[in-house]
Write a protein that binds this ligand. Structure first.
Ligand code: NAP
Length: 310
């Protein structure tokens, strides 16, 4: 049986791995479908302390991984689909049927991009126009007009990143005020390639005769007016859904699916020896550095809990 299994290799999971490995717990880190987590789809990280010039997300995660393995963390690939938690043994079952057993578990499974659920979205997903990652797909839309949906920091960051490739970016936001931090919002408003469509929602992603996206049907929610907007790319940046579903029977979650930790702790759950960290348990801050902080807390709590129960 493992001392501690850590689920997830984002900022929270890998920081937990560094701390648990340095405590000689030899953690097993299970990596899911997005190795390195959400930061690997971010271009430039400007607000992680210690990187005054900024650092690209992929490199930052690679450095965290190297740091964790240097101290003895091991990684394996597994998408956990169900769990059974008892105080003295935690059993985790992967989608392929493989099982893992541990004395303690740190869940740092992050969050996945939210979709709109409008006609054409699924049909045009993956290579035909609709995407949730400008860093991954932006270069495919060189010299084309594209749409970005959302008004938060992610939408602004995606729109600004796309200005390196695209001829024009239409930012659709459902309100008349951005949710993004003012520094990001100001950059977007000042950019000549970005046009903000206030109070506007997409109703449908439209396919051309070639099967690729040709545009979107949009609606101004104040005037009720509908129109068609020609664009080849549709970048969704409307927030995330926490990846907590496989654990929801055993642990408390709120109405949006985020883990609810025990009172007085950010990372302890109602099951002794099971801890949570990062975006799966944080709907307020959702920053790389706060996820890393929670990963640290979870590993230290796991270490203390194991010491008390050995
Ligand atoms: P977010 O802050 O939750 O913003 C989501 C945006 O999508 C909001 O503007 C929201 O509109 C809109 N939206 C949500 N559901 C929608 C729907 N069904 N239809 C149309 N629009 C919809 O999410 P985020 O931008 O991904 O940011 C998440 C966290 O990461 C934040 O804390 C953010 O500060 C942080 N972040 C930081 C950076 C950075 O500092 N460089 C970069 C990216 C993200 P409303 O405004 O009307 O709710």
């Amino acid at each position: 049986m493992e001392n501690v299994i850590i689920l997830g290799t984002g900022c929270a999971g890998l920081t937990a791995a560094i701390y648990a490995a340095r405590a000689n717990l030899e953690p097993l880190v299970l990596e899911g479908s997005q190795p390195g987590g959400q930061l690997t789809t971010t271009s430039e990280v400007e607000n992680f302390p210690g990187w005054p010039e900024g650092i690209d997300g992929f490199t930052l995660m690679d450095k965290l991984r190297q740091q964790a393995t240097r101290f003895g963390a091991r990684t394996d690939y597994a998408r956990i689909s169900s769990v059974h938690f008892c105080e003295d043994k935690k059993v985790l079952t992967a989608e392929d049927g493989k099982t893992f057993e541990a004395k303690s578990v740190i869940i740092a499974t992050g969050a996945s991009p939210r979709l709109l659920d409008i006609p054409g979205e699924k049909e045009m997903f993956g290579g035909k126009g609709v995407t949730t990652c400008a860093t991954c797909d932006g270069a495919f839309y060189r010299d084309m007009e594209v749409i970005v949906v959302g008004g938060g920091d992610s939408a602004c960051e995606e729109a600004l990143f796309l200005t390196h490739f695209c001829s024009k970016i239409h930012l659709l936001h459902r309100r008349d005020e951005l949710r993004a931090s003012s520094i990001m919002g100001d950059r977007v408003k000042a950019h000549e390639k970005i046009q903000i469509h206030w109070d506007t929602i997409p109703l449908e992603v439209l396919a051309g005769e070639d099967g690729l996206m040709r545009g979107a049907r949009i609606k101004n929610v104040k005037s009720g007016e509908e129109s068609e907007l020609a664009a080849k790319g549709f970048f969704l940046a409307i927030g995330h859904i926490p990846n907590t579903e496989p654990f929801a029977k055993e642990l408390d979650t709120d109405h949006n699916g985020y883990f609810i930790p025990c009172a007085g702790s950010q990372v302890r759950t109602k099951v002794p020896g099971v801890f949570v960290a990062g975006d799966c348990a944080d709907h307020v801050f959702r920053q790389a550095i706060t996820a890393a902080g929670m990963g640290c807390q979870a590993a230290m709590e796991a270490e203390r809990w194991l010491a008390e129960h050995e």
